[in-house]
Design a protein around this ligand. Structure first.
Ligand SMILES: [Zn+2]
Ligand SMILES: [Zn+2]
Length: 481
């Protein structure tokens, strides 16, 4: 997931001075503080592992061990995903879920230093901060569990260990396996360069490999015997370019040619185009996707080749939930932001020198909580499998300043921030906000029902449908292709 929306506007911002805290919140915040150093170290270990999607063996094992030690019952593996797991504490209603991710990104290995210095050139790195995401979610879960135990709070708390967010659709297969079945509300967070509530947004996205099969022939001696799979790929590309004019302008379509044949003097008998399509609306994307499929079929018809649509992937946009957003905003403001030490300020200033002109954000903004904003359909956005969860259960997200202001996700600067104390401080804020929001949900059945009412309102009668074919298994080797 990539978030690019640093908006200065200090006049509207809420200062970091915490509001008077409810006694139960105060208790939870203290528990989080007690465990904060430990889970910061956990996040650092996962940052060092930097494992790619569906290969997060050590990261998943570490988080499972932490949750088991804290008293959760861990089910693993689940959903035919070796690194997926579900950790549960308590029983009965309500069922509150916290999402954790822990996969890294290829090629973004980076030391925790303010200049570009890979630990291992070309190796993966935590440039989306999922080391913080998984560890911070675990910190929230462990603290909330301890609070529930101490105060005899009833209900079920679950941590979902969700692999391969970066392109592997891990959560979609976990949903299909029925692992979320009885969940009432989902809480999630993502590292960012500011402290803000993520109330919906992002783009629904479908992806697939379009593999054409033709007939090979000598391209000079017997071209008439050949049927070029590459011709089909090129015609499909042309068709997509003409399609762009006639679809909603907030759509995105991007593709690469992953196989264009072996040599110019051989008519290619296989060729492949790998394509992503996105739109803020899941149903609109569905219409666009059907037209893309027709273009592929048309290209095969024109060239007398056959088309195989492979490795279909898909994630939904994230549905907002206004009832949850209000509570989340209040709680994030209650927790407040944080300030840099002199060393951190020096690190941030050095790192900001590598950002494009005008790209550096205000370092004091980490102390602020941004105002609640409705999702902006025109904002630059990427896609996440949290979207699929949000189409099935009331979901709300927190974002905190784990990256130096102005730093976007999926950059070495983000990986650097995620591996040091700036990342840890942002993570602890997220854990606190999640934990006290969880406590509110356990103590207030009306809040849970308001979240469900708003969920139905956001659905507007629409139903969730994933483009991933029924019966397709998780693409465990997608990082090896
Ligand atoms: Zn990402
Ligand atoms: Zn991410």
């Amino acid at each position: 997931m990539q978030l690019l929306k640093f908006l200065p506007g200090a006049a509207l911002l809420v200062p970091s001075v915490a509001f008077s805290q409810q006694p139960q919140h105060r208790q939870i915040l203290q528990i989080v503080d007690q465990h904060a150093a430990h889970f910061s170290a956990t996040s650092k270990t996962i940052w060092e592992y930097a494992e790619l999607g569906y290969q997060e063996t050590k990261s998943s094992a570490l988080l499972r061990r932490e949750l088991e030690t804290a008293g959760f019952q861990v089910q693993s593996p689940v959903a035919d995903e070796p690194t997926a797991f579900v950790a549960t504490y308590g029983q009965g209603a309500p069922v509150i879920a916290i999402l954790g991710e822990f996969d890294a990104l290829p090629g973004l290995s980076q030391a925790a230093s303010p200049d570009r210095s890979p630990i291992t050139t070309g190796a993966p790195g935590h440039a989306c901060g999922h080391n913080l995401l998984g560890s911070g979610a675990a910190l929230a879960a462990v603290a909330l569990k301890e609070y529930m135990q101490q105060n005899h709070v009833t209900g079920t708390l679950r941590y979902y260990g969700t692999p391969a967010e970066e392109g592997g659709d891990g959560k979609v297969y976990m949903l299909r396996a029925g692992l979320f079945r009885d969940v009432d509300v989902v809480l999630q967070w993502h590292p960012d360069s500011e402290n803000i509530i993520e109330n919906g947004g992002m783009l629904a996205m479908n992806s697939a490999r379009f593999l054409f099969h033709g007939v090979a022939a000598h391209a000079a001696m017997a071209p008439e015997r050949g049927r070029s799979a590459l011709d089909a790929v090129m015609l499909m590309g042309s068709g997509i370019e003409f399609l762009r004019e006639h679809i909603p302008s907030n759509s995105r379509i991007h593709y690469i040619i992953t196989n264009g044949g072996a040599a110019p003097n051989i008519v290619p008998d296989t060729a492949e185009l790998y394509l992503y399509a996105r739109n803020p609306s899941l149903p609109v994307l569905g219409d666009v996707w059907n037209r893309i499929l027709k273009i592929g079929q048309g290209a095969a018809l024109m060239t007398e080749t056959t088309l195989e649509v492979k490795d279909v992937g898909g994630t939904a946009n994230v549905l907002p939930n206004d009832a949850l957003a209000k509570v989340a905003q209040r709680n994030l403001e209650e927790v407040g932001g944080y300030r840099y030490t002199a060393d951190e300020k020096h690190f941030a200033e050095e790192l900001q020198k590598s950002l494009p002109p005008g790209g550096a954000g205000d370092l004091d903004s980490t102390a602020l909580i941004q105002p609640l904003r409705p999702p902006d359909p025109n904002a630059a956005a990427a896609s996440t499998d949290v979207g699929d969860v949000s189409w099935n259960f009331p979901t709300i997200g927190f974002e905190t300043a784990t990256f130096v202001p102005g730093v976007a996700a999926h950059t070495w600067q983000a990986a650097a921030s995620a591996g040091m104390t700036i990342g840890h401080k942002g993570m602890i804020i997220a854990a606190k906000a999640i934990a006290i929001t969880g406590a509110d949900l356990f103590s207030d059945p009306q809040l849970v029902s308001a979240a469900k009412t708003d969920f139905q309102r956001q659905l507007k009668g629409r139903t969730y449908a994933s483009v991933i074919p029924a019966g397709q298994t998780p693409p465990l080797d997608y990082r090896n292709k």
